[in-house]
Write a protein of this length. Structure first.
Length: 420
């Protein structure tokens, strides 16, 4: 009987995360979770797919995410659903749906989830990628902006990520953007012949999106365009200055970027992005900003909010570029020298694991020398060696794999001794 002998592989734009990288990813997740919980954020989990309207109304029709990149399908009931392309809109939808505006504000929520976008795969950017993020909903205080930025900055610092730059901008408030939009459109109309059809459509829907263009000719036009930072309302200007002052008090360096618009239409006021010099042209490792109209746009009461999202793959790639890895590590390796002892030693192994120790044992009948090499490869802190002599005496030889010292410990005391 013949069959298809082609090697199976992951779909284009996706990838498997093998154990070596998985350890480093888990380190990123652990550091992020600890930081988020210290800032009093609570985890929220939203569905992998949402009604498409959540992203159309939330993210915005002028964004590439909605126009080109969403995985959208109809279910058997004829409803249009989309795989989650970003994390903020689903969290805000849940905030509205569950009446969380009645809770003490701000409500602080964090998430860890896969995102899905149909875009050209490249280093650190995949059609399925993971993010952790935070959303603080219910306060317009500029100090909250600074706190959110400080939280993400602290995650990068604890991970040891170097070569970072914080880019900071403002999308202003409605009082800023109305007059500014008219000014920008007037400028763009004078350069209409230099804009392709896509740019002209963006100009009609949301001209600020043109600052995010990848078209060199359009980018040249936008380089001389009026900037929103120069046309902020008095209230937006005061908010921005207070954020800058707070960051200064926290010792967080930043670069003001008048062209920073981020990728979604819901942003208002403060927007920010962290980049790494280890990643080349696609240098962003995380960012976010205010979205003071998003709750209302998704059917809730007027409620300000701010948040960020950080791509785990991008952070891992930057850490790897710095030579950072996460070596395998277990607490003990049980080396049983006689096959006849493997069964009676099985309860000892399980007691060690039940006590919270990460333990492995040989399952292939290796020699002691080979088992010690295996233990070293796994990063074992201790090797617990039991042969006929040790078992008869009711002891185990415990070898410190770092200090290269060993001593005998009664089998009944193994859990207590190794737990220390």
């Amino acid at each position: 009987m013949s069959g298809d002998t082609r090697r199976a592989s992951a779909p284009k734009g996706t990838r498997d995360v093998l154990p070596a990288e998985s350890r480093l990813r888990q380190r990123v997740i652990d550091v992020a979770r600890d930081a988020l919980e210290r800032y009093a954020y609570q985890r929220i989990v939203t569905p992998t797919f949402e009604e498409t309207e959540v992203f159309v109304r939330g993210v915005g029709t002028s964004t590439d995410v909605v126009r080109k990149e969403m995985y959208t399908f109809q279910d058997q009931g004829g409803r249009s659903l989309s795989l989650r392309p970003e994390g903020t809109a689903p969290v805000v939808r849940a905030f509205v749906q569950h009446g969380m505006h009645k809770l003490p504000l701000p409500v602080k929520l964090w998430y860890l989830a896969p995102m899905f976008r149909y875009e050209a795969p490249q280093a650190g950017r995949y059609r399925e990628h993971w993010q952790f993020g935070a959303e603080a909903i219910g306060s317009s205080d500029p100090l909250l902006d600074a706190e959110v930025i400080a939280l993400l900055d602290g995650v990068y610092r604890r991970l040891g990520l170097t070569g970072l730059e914080l880019r900071l901008g403002s999308m202003g408030d409605p009082e800023s953007r109305g007059p500014y939009r008219a000014l920008l459109v007037e400028y763009l109309e004078r350069h209409l012949s230099e804009l392709d059809a896509d740019a002209q459509e963006r100009m009609r829907v949301n001209p600020l999106r043109l600052f995010d263009t990848k078209n060199p000719r359009v980018a040249a036009v936008m380089a001389d365009a009026p900037k929103l930072l120069d046309h902020l309302s008095p209230a937006a200007q005061v908010h921005r200055e207070q954020v800058l002052e707070a960051l200064g008090r926290l010792g967080i360096a930043y670069v003001e970027d008048a062209t920073l618009v981020r990728g979604f239409d819901y942003y208002t006021m403060t927007v920010f992005e962290f980049t790494s010099d280890a990643l080349g042209a696609q240098s962003a490792v995380g960012g976010g900003g205010r979205y003071d109209g998003l709750v209302e746009g998704l059917g809730g009461p007027p409620t300000p909010g701010i948040g960020f999202g950080a791509g785990i793959e991008r952070i891992v790639l930057a850490l790897e570029a710095q030579g950072v890895d996460a070596a395998p590590e277990i607490d003990c390796y049980l080396a049983v020298l006689d096959d006849a002892l493997r069964l009676p030693m099985l309860p000892v192994l399980e007691r060690l694991r039940a006590a919270g120790l990460r333990c492995e044992s040989d399952l292939r009948g290796r020699s002691l020398k080979t088992m010690m090499k295996h233990a070293a490869t796994l990063g074992a802190r201790y090797a617990v060696i039991v042969g006929d002599r040790e078992y008869a005496a009711g002891v185990a030889t415990v070898r410190d794999m770092e200090a290269h010292e060993q001593r005998e410990i009664p089998l009944g005391d193994l859990v207590e001794e190794l737990s220390r």
